[in-house]
Each structure stands twice: as C-alpha cells, then as structure tokens.
Design a protein around this ligand. Structure first.
Ligand code: NAP
Length: 575
C-alpha cells in the first residue's frame, strides 16, 4: 500500500466496520487491519458454547441505516454468537466492506511523523503504512489475560480458552471437564458443557451475581413496539444511561420505599429478566443500604434455584455490592449445580496448587480431566491499545503516558497522540453501556471531528493535557460517587497483576456523555488544539462542558452527584 491513507482503522469488529462506512461517506481513503480471519470482533473470537449477547438484540444492532435495521430479523431476545457473527458478515457484505479490510494482519506499532502530520503504522508483515488518522477500534474485551498456572505445560489433556474457541466447535460428550472461572463467559458455557460432559467440575474463586435471561423468541409486544417506529426506539435507547431501554425509575429511592413494594418491583424485574433489575431504584448504585436490599433479593433467588444449601452459599457473592462487578445474564446457570454430573470447587477454601499430567491438584484434592476450559477473563479496555507500540508527538509511548492508569480526553483522544482516536476507549461510558449504541455515538463524533478538520484545511487535532487531566479527574470522581470502586473487578483493572487501579469507564451514562461531547463540539472543539504544520489554528485548553442535569434523572440524586462534581471542580481550581 504505497499511497498514504487518510484513515487507518485497527480492528474489524462492530466499531471498525462502522468507522469504515463513515469514512467512505466522507470520501476518505481508508483501510482496516484485522488480526482475525473474519469480521465481527468479540463475536468472531468468543465462540464458546452458550455465547450470546446480554443486551436485547432489538437494541444490540446497528441503527445507522433504517433499511438495514428493517431487513434483519433476530431469532431470539438475546441472539446467540453464530447469529451475531452472521449479522456482522451480513453488514460487511451489504456495504461491501471486506475489500477494504486486510485480515490475518496485526498492527504492531504506530509512530507519529511530525513532518507529515500523520502516523507511520507497522504491521506484523513488516510493512509500514502512512496514514493521517489512526482509529483504534480494538475492542474493550479483546485481549485475554496472560493468566497461567503452575505445571500447565505438563498437562496432557486439552486446554481451551473461552475467548479463543476452536472454529469447528468442541465435542465434550462423556468427557471429564474442568472449567476455571465464574464470570460471564463461564456462566454462559457451564450449563451447555454440563449437558454433554461426563462430569463437569467448576473451579470458582469469586462468585458473581447472575440474572436469568428468560431467553426465547422476541415477545410480540416488544417487536410491535419496535416496528411502530424503529427510529424513535433507537433514539430512546441512546438517550439513556446504559444505551438501552431498561425501564428506569429515576424517582424511586429504595431506602424510602416500603419493603412489600420493593419486593413487588424486584420480582417484576426478575420475571422480565436480564439487566432490568439494575434500574429498579435510583439509589442502588450509590447507596450501600439500598444496594444491600437488591443484593439480598438476588441472594435469595440463588438459594431458591440451588437445591444444596452449601453449594448455594458458595455461589452467593459476599465480597462486592450488586452491580459493581458486571452482573451476568444466564440460562439455567444456578440450576446446573443440581445436576449429578456437576460439582463446584471453592478455590478460596481449597486453592489450586498445580496442574498435573492428568488434571489439577488443589490443596486438598486432585482431579483428572480430559479437557480444561479457561474462562479467566480479559485485560480490559487498555490491553489491546497497550499491546501496540504507540509512540506519540513528544516521543512518549502510550504505556508511559498511562503508567498510572489510562488518561484520556472523553475516552476518545490522548494528549500527545494527535490524530489518534479511540472508539469506546477508557474514560468513555463504553463497557457500562450497550456497546453498539456507544460505538455509533463515538464513530459519528470522530467523523464529525475529521470533517471539521477538513473544513478548516487543518492537518491535525490533539487533546490538550489540561482537558485530558480535567476529564480524567471527572471520570475518577464520578466513579468515586458510586459503589463501583468497592469491587475488585476488571472495571478497576484489578484482574491483571500490576495493572494500575483506576475505574476504566465514565459512570455518568451515555446520555450525559453525549451531551458533554456535543457541548464540546458546539464550543468549537473545547479542549483541543487544531493545527496545520507549524500553524496553530485553534487552541483551547479548558474543559467546562458539564451539562445541566437532564430531566430524566432523579433530580435530587443528579443534583447531589453533579453538586459533588461541581464542588470538587471548584476545589481543584477547574472552574
Ligand atoms: P471475567 O468476568 O473477568 O471472569 C473471569 C473469571 O476467571 C473470574 O471468575 C475470575 O475469578 C476467574 N479467574 C481469573 N484468574 C483466575 C485464577 N488465576 N484462578 C482462578 N480463577 C481465576 O471474564 P469473562 O467471564 O470472560 O467476562 C468478561 C466480560 O466480558 C464480562 O464481564 C462481560 O462484560 C463480557 N462478556 C459478555 C458476555 C455477553 O454479553 N454475553 C459474555 C461473556 C463476557 P475472580 O473473580 O476471583 O478474579
């Protein structure tokens, strides 16, 4: 590729594909590099049994083209991985995207070229490609953690990772299978593996909260509501905290609600299924007393589903408030422990000591397995970005810049790294939301930035360090107002040894975040420097674009939250 690209996109998941669509609309010469052999990102890699989306499919799909929306029919409320991958391929084929995607090609480095106002990007083929803009559409949960275990190299059976599942599937019929981990990936795969395995042993270090999906065909009333006006349905989803309609009750305060009313509301949401219980009360994510009410309710539900009280007790989370680790959405997870061919090992009481040639030895037991599944998680949010050797304008690397945890402006750009955009990067609402709606918001916004630069005949844009610092402080403060930091979660970087602890997403919600982005734009790209060669065209170091509380949030909670942020900003001389 001798000619310089306008936009080089890393990753052909839902972000990279949509970015390519938008670049083409602007007439930009753009190309995608993808390490996998196909499109789909998360849904390309995570092919483990039972993998399916945990946001309803009517919401978890692109909304940028009404025709596309109307011609695709989801078979279930929560589409399974093969259907999501088929959808990704349908989109790629419909917009003829694959001709501008190089598969099986990993981006290994990117170096800022000051003379050219652009990047030199190195591929694992050794080729170096010049591009004016780089878009890191690398995914939030795309790099598995490097977790390993003593003796694992001596094990003679087969090891599978949920996040790198064989493309032609695995037949566990009659096998003795062990699985390590009880996060979302494990919770989805355990019931399916248990159906065919001779025996399944689950190694649990920390239990998670999980809600029933009640999966099945999309309820007719939901479909009819969507069909009435898909545009309005999408607009409503986008202007919510989570990027999907979850029946929020922003005026409802659990600690002021009589117990029987709380129970009725929680039962209603449990019966509906999925994440709906997350929005039952406005105070549940910020007030420990309110949170305990929900945690106790879910714990009782676990006890109802698991026959053996000792097993139920082990499966009940006690070390984190409900919702502060990503809750799981399951189909038959807890009931799986009622099967004769499933057993649970509590690694807190009986720690894993080593793999052996035939299985796993814990402190008190040893187990023989034909296969072991590692469902041990991801180096979230920063992992994929930091694995590229990115060197910015001052010679600083991204790892150096993020030595104390990721710092970004709007989760979108990094000071010192001009013309490099992160899609749903750290510091944006990202993993706390329906990813597709966040992706579309981000890609649309990046497209606006690029169009605006072209309008001004500008060569580059960069977040100022001051704006980045203010935004990062706001992200930290917003997280500190919630219960999230109380959990040792991947949201906090706690699952990767040595990773700095910092809450990795903006907790203010996609709606508030979108308002902030729009205010930044309307103030003429506040917090950015825009330049051409040596000539600075626009230089704004401030970030002041906090919106007034939106109408759809409990006024007193919002007031409290925003009041705390405003006070903190004042105390720190930000306003
Ligand atoms: P995860 O939530 O990080 O779970 C990893 C599990 O492995 C945890 O139970 C963890 O225990 C355990 N583990 C890690 N290292 C271990 C070790 N050395 N020894 C023993 N146990 C160990 O990862 P995940 O299940 O892949 O899910 C990650 C995220 O991906 C989810 O939270 C969700 O956002 C997303 N996801 C979504 C879907 C969906 O939409 N349907 C499905 C799957 C995943 P500790 O908790 O003690 O660390």
């Amino acid at each position: 590729m001798a000619e310089r690209l306008d936009v080089l996109i890393v990753g052909a998941g839902f972000s990279g594909m949509y970015m390519l669509v938008k670049c083409r609309e602007l007439g930009l010469k753009s190309h995608v590099f993808e390490a996998g052999s196909g499109v789909g990102g998360t849904w390309y890699w995570n092919r483990y049994p039972g993998a399916r989306v945990d946001i309803q499919s009517l919401d978890y799909c692109y909304g940028f083209d009404e025709q596309l929306e109307k011609e695709w029919r989801w078979s279930e409320r929560y589409a399974p991985q093969p259907e999501l991958l088929a959808y990704a391929n349908h989109v790629a084929d419909r917009y003829d995207l694959k001709k501008d995607i190089s598969f099986n090609t990993r981006v290994t480095a990117a170096d800022w070229d000051a003379g050219a106002d652009g990047w030199n990007v190195t591929l694992d083929t050794g080729e170096v490609i010049a591009a004016r803009f780089v878009v890191l559409a690398t995914g939030c949960l795309s790099v598995p953690t490097d977790v390993t275990f003593p003796g694992i190299e001596d094990y003679k059976g087969t090891i599978y990772r949920t996040s790198r599942w064989p493309h032609d599937g695995v037949d566990f019929s009659g096998q003795r299978v062990g699985i390590i981990g009880t996060g979302s990936s494990a919770i989805q795969s355990i019931p399916i593996i248990a159906e065919s395995a001779g025996h399944l042993t689950v190694f649990q270090r920390t239990p998670n909260f999980s809600m029933p999906a009640h999966n099945g065909p999309i309820p007719e009333e939901d479909f009819q509501e969507w069909l009435k006006d898909p545009r309005a349905f999408r607009a409503r989803s986008r202007y919510t905290a989570g990027g999907f309609w979850n029946d929020p009750r922003d005026e409802a305060i659990a600690i002021h609600t009589p117990p029987q009313e709380i129970k009725a509301e929680l039962e209603r949401r449990w019966a509906w299924g999925g994440f709906r219980i997350l929005n039952a009360f406005a105070d549940q994510a910020i007030d420990p007393a309110a949170n305990k009410i929900i945690s106790d309710f879910v714990a009782a539900k676990i006890r109802e589903q698991v026959k053996d009280p000792k097993v139920a007790e082990l499966l009940t989370p006690k070390d984190h408030p409900f919702g502060t680790k990503r809750p799981c959405v399951d189909t038959g997870y807890y009931a799986t422990y009622n099967r004769d061919n499933v057993s649970l090992v509590d690694l807190r009481a009986d720690p894993l000591e080593t793999f052996t040639a035939t299985g796993i030895k814990t402190k008190h037991n040893s187990f023989d397995f034909d296969a072991v599944v590692l469902a041990t998680g991801f180096d979230a949010m920063t992992g994929a970005i930091e694995r590229i050797a990115i060197r910015g304008r001052t010679g600083e690397t991204i790892q150096e810049h993020w030595a104390h945890g990721p710092e970004t402006y709007l989760g979108l750009m990094v000071a010192g790294f001009p013309n490099m955009f992160l899609i749903t990067g750290p510091g944006s609402p990202s993993v706390l939301t329906n990813m597709i709606n966040s992706i579309e918001q981000h890609v649309d916004y990046v497209t606006e930035i690029i169009a605006s630069l072209n309008g001004r005949q500008a060569g580059r844009i960069e977040a100022t360090r001051e704006a980045e610092q203010t935004w990062t402080d706001l992200v930290d403060q917003s997280a500190a107002m919630t219960l999230f930091p109380q959990a040792n979660s991947w949201y906090m970087g706690a699952n990767v040894p040595g990773k700095p602890r910092r809450f990795l997403a903006f907790t203010g919600g996609l709606h508030i975040y979108s308002d902030i982005c729009n205010a930044v734009r309307d103030k003429g790209w506040e917090g950015f420097t825009i330049a051409r060669g040596d000539q600075v065209l626009h230089d704004s170091h401030e970030f002041t674009s906090l919106p007034p509380p939106p109408d759809n949030m409990a006024p007193h909670l919002m007031e409290m939250a925003m009041g705390r942020v405003a006070k903190w900003m004042q105390d720190h001389g930000r306003v």
